[in-house]
Design a protein around this ligand. Structure first.
Ligand code: BV8
Length: 251
């Protein structure tokens, strides 16, 4: 079942021969852990669309509603474990030259053991002050299974008492320049890129595979169905990431 052995063998050889590999992931990477994707059927919360809630305007208009959404997502993540795909990527990094670039904010790559993912859209477990440089890391909530009541008082800055916000990149907000520059540099310099579980709808992240391809990399898509990126990839494997990644990255 799944990709023919010859295809897997060719990819494992490419992994072994590569001088530099980029693994680029989207929400489909976490689907088999039970995290709903953005544009799949699970991508709704109280009849709101992610695109309507993940904006600075929504937060300014109703911070309690937006914090309620993030708290609900954090609480659901407490019951979620990284999957075999996350673990395969984390384990491979000890053996092969991998740069991990993710659009995901769920932290599951880190919980699986990846040490330095480039988190293009931030991380749902981190917060920063809306008024001063203070930041706060709540990733221990996952390990310690700390539940946040949706109607807890909104988090205040420990330094200046202003409102804290989730350290994620909302639609219309710029990505962290250092992070996106490092991601494009890795894409330009790699000879192999895996594009995993992304619809290719969100920019500038979705341009990374095009940059890699143009720079001469062999670009492999792993998805359940064709996407906006399929025509730009050298090849696509249409099967679940958590099933096929361990076969490709086993080493
Ligand atoms: C910016 C954090 C500029 C929040 C997120 C018109 C045209 C082009 C661009 C734009 C436009 N209008 C506006 C824009 C820009 C906008 C954008 O791209 N909009 C899109 C929707 C059209 N981009 C931005 O706003 C970005 N900022 O451009 O700033 C700027 C310039 C100057 C000055 C000021 C500003 C910021 C974008 C970041 C938004 N934040 N997340 C939060 O999550 O709370 S994006 C959000 O979408 C997530 O990060 C998610 O990862 C990302 C992308 O989605 P995918 O990961 O691809 O997930 P999706 O559900 O779509 O697809 C899942 C895939 O997995 C599917 O293909 C499915 O088949 C597959 N799958 C499912 N199961 C599996 C699987 N594959 C394998 N195995 C499985 N088991």
């Amino acid at each position: 079942m799944g990709a023919p052995e010859a295809v897997i063998t060719d990819l494992t050889r490419r992994v072994a021969d590569a001088q530099s590999i980029v693994v680029f992931t989207g929400a489909g990477m976490s689907a088999e852990s039970g995290v709903p994707t953005y544009r799949g059927q699970g991508g709704l919360w109280k009849n709101f669309r992610a695109q309507d809630l993940a904006t600075l305007e929504a937060f300014d208009r109703d911070p309690a509603l937006v914090w309620g959404w993030y708290r609900d997502r954090r609480n659901k993540l407490l019951e979620v474990e990284p999957n075999d795909g996350h673990r395969a990527i984390a384990e491979a990094a000890a053996r092969i030259p991998v740069t991990l670039v993710t659009q995901n904010v769920d932290g599951l790559h880190t919980f699986a053991g990846s040490t330095d993912p480039l988190e293009l859209h931030g991380n749902i477990w981190r917060e920063h002050c809306t008024s001063c440089p203070a930041t706060s890391d709540k990733s221990h909530h996952w390990a310690e299974k700390i539940v946040e009541a949706e109607n807890d008082p909104l988090p205040e800055c420990p330094d200046c008492e202003a409102l804290m916000r989730p350290s994620v990149v909302w639609f219309g907000e710029q990505l962290d320049a250092r992070v996106i520059e490092a991601a494009f540099k890795a894409a330009e310099g790699c000879d192999l890129m895996f594009v995993i579980g992304t619809s290719g709808e969100v920019q500038p992240a979705a341009s990374l595979p095009l940059v890699a391809r143009r720079a001469g990399a062999f670009v492999v898509e792993i998805n359940l169905e064709p996407t906006l990126l399929t025509d730009r990839c050298n090849t696509s494997l249409f099967e679940p990431a958590a099933r096929v990644l361990p076969r490709i990255l086993a080493g």
